[in-house]
Ligand binder design. Structure first.
Ligand code: NIG
Ligand code: FE
Length: 403
């Protein structure tokens, strides 16, 4: 795409580049009557329209608000089967964890996913990722974790790789070590460390490893061993922790300088203090709070304590069938007590940091030209609207996906 100056921006709202923590999450820049210059897919200049450099090509956005493309740092978008019977049982009173303990829940999705081919997984996941993209997510993390055995895990990661070639969004693959087998768990953890992780690294199937650290999943000690193997093979680390019980997973993530620790619904003072004292990003997932009726992660307290908070959809069939990054943002304002400005920071630069990325999430010179034009002239519609997409156009590398 030739160098293009985007004009007709009633409001341009952006955090500063790089992760923002504590009160800095509210310190965004709001420019009125702004312009944005894009060259080679990167932002070359941002400022008041009257100061814009002369360029042969301009595109008038028609007087609407512009914000950075959203970053969804936590999804399980590849799965087969469904959890509709689970959902019905759960609303009739059977707890999520009990279903998992009985061999249902995540384990039922594992059975269906293990039976699917790479092609079937791609065809199932593609419309889900397209929905996230339409909702404003220009970078999306996708986890494995529904493979019953290692071959099924590898098929999931191959499906993620194939999806990257089909979609304009950046897709970041994570190997998720989700739940242990019902027998032989010590051998399983060992094989994850000596077989699956080295293979994922060697074949470049994942850039990070995630572990579900929870009573019904992996202990802190098992998590520590898996994380050590991930590190030894040059992979980044993320954890699912404190979803139901604060077992020590958050403290471990902070101690090991993991990129992020996600969920945090059961986090208390000690975990908030650990996150505030570390560079590990605290990722909250309001879709889970809504869908499972769990307590909300203490995002307000985390920001007030000085932590770096991100947010994501956690798109998955069991705990968060939420196909919109914009709706995750809007829910975080209602359920987690973030202000609209904090929620935008959490969904952009901080979500990028949760993926180890610093080249995106802000509208500033040198950042990727991933941005959204809303239907509205007021950026706050992004955080206000429920159930109607306030995003009019999604630009990836300066290219409007509709063109
Ligand atoms: O992030 N809690 C663990 N894993 C997912 C849910 C997966 C599922 O229920 O299928 C989560 O909530
Ligand atoms: Fe998750």
């Amino acid at each position: 795409m030739p160098e293009t100056l985007f004009t007709g921006i009633a409001q341009l709202m952006t955090p500063a580049p790089g992760p923002q923590r504590g009160a800095a999450m509210r310190e965004l820049t709001l420019l009125k009557d702004a312009a944005l210059l894009v060259r080679d897919g990167v932002i070359a200049w941002v400022g008041p329209g009257q100061d814009a450099p002369q360029t042969p090509r301009t595109q008038d956005l028609g007087g609407v608000a512009v914000v950075p493309g959203l970053i969804d740092p936590h999804t399980h978008a590849v799965w087969a089967g469904d959890r509709l019977a689970d959902f019905e049982a759960r609303v009739e009173g059977v707890p999520y964890e009990e279903m998992l303990a009985r061999g249902g829940g995540i384990r039922s999705t594992m059975r269906a996913t293990a039976a699917a081919s790479v092609e079937e997984l791609v065809n199932l996941a593609r419309p889900r990722l397209e929905a996230l993209l339409q909702s404003g997510a220009t970078t999306i993390e996708v986890k494995s974790g529904y493979g019953l055995d290692f071959e099924a895990e590898v098929r999931m990661l191959r499906a993620v790789r194939e999806l990257q070639s089909l979609l304009p969004a950046t897709i970041r693959p994570t190997l998720l070590i989700h739940v242990p087998p019902t027998t032989g768990r010590a051998e399983y953890v060992q094989a994850v460390c000596t077989d699956l992780i080295p293979r994922a690294a060697r074949e470049e199937l994942a850039v990070a490893v995630d572990v579900f650290c929870e009573r019904e999943a992996f202990s802190v000690e098992e998590t520590r061993a898996i994380v050590a193997a991930a590190r030894a093979h040059g992979l980044r680390v993320k954890l699912h922790a404190d979803q139901f019980h604060a077992l020590g997973g958050t403290e471990l993530a902070c101690h090991l300088e993991a990129l992020s620790v996600d969920h945090l619904e059961a986090s208390g003072k000690a975990q908030i203090a650990a996150l505030a004292a570390s560079d590990t990003v605290a990722t909250v997932l309001p879709g889970v709070t809504l869908h499972l009726g769990l307590p909300a992660a203490p995002a307000r307290l985390l920001v007030d304590a000085g932590a770096c908070v991100a947010l994501g959809t956690d798109l998955n069939p069991g705990s968060s069938p939420l196909f919109s990054a914009q709706l995750a943002l809007a829910l975080a304002v209602r359920l987690n007590g973030l202000t609209p400005a904090e929620a935008l920071t959490a969904s952009t630069v901080n979500a990028a940091a949760a993926l180890g990325l610093r080249d995106r999430g802000a509208l500033a010179a040198g950042q990727r030209a991933d941005f959204l034009a809303l239907h509205s002239p007021d950026w706050r519609d992004l955080t206000y609207t429920l159930g109607l997409n306030p995003v009019r156009d999604v630009f990836v590398g300066g290219q409007n996906l509709k063109e």
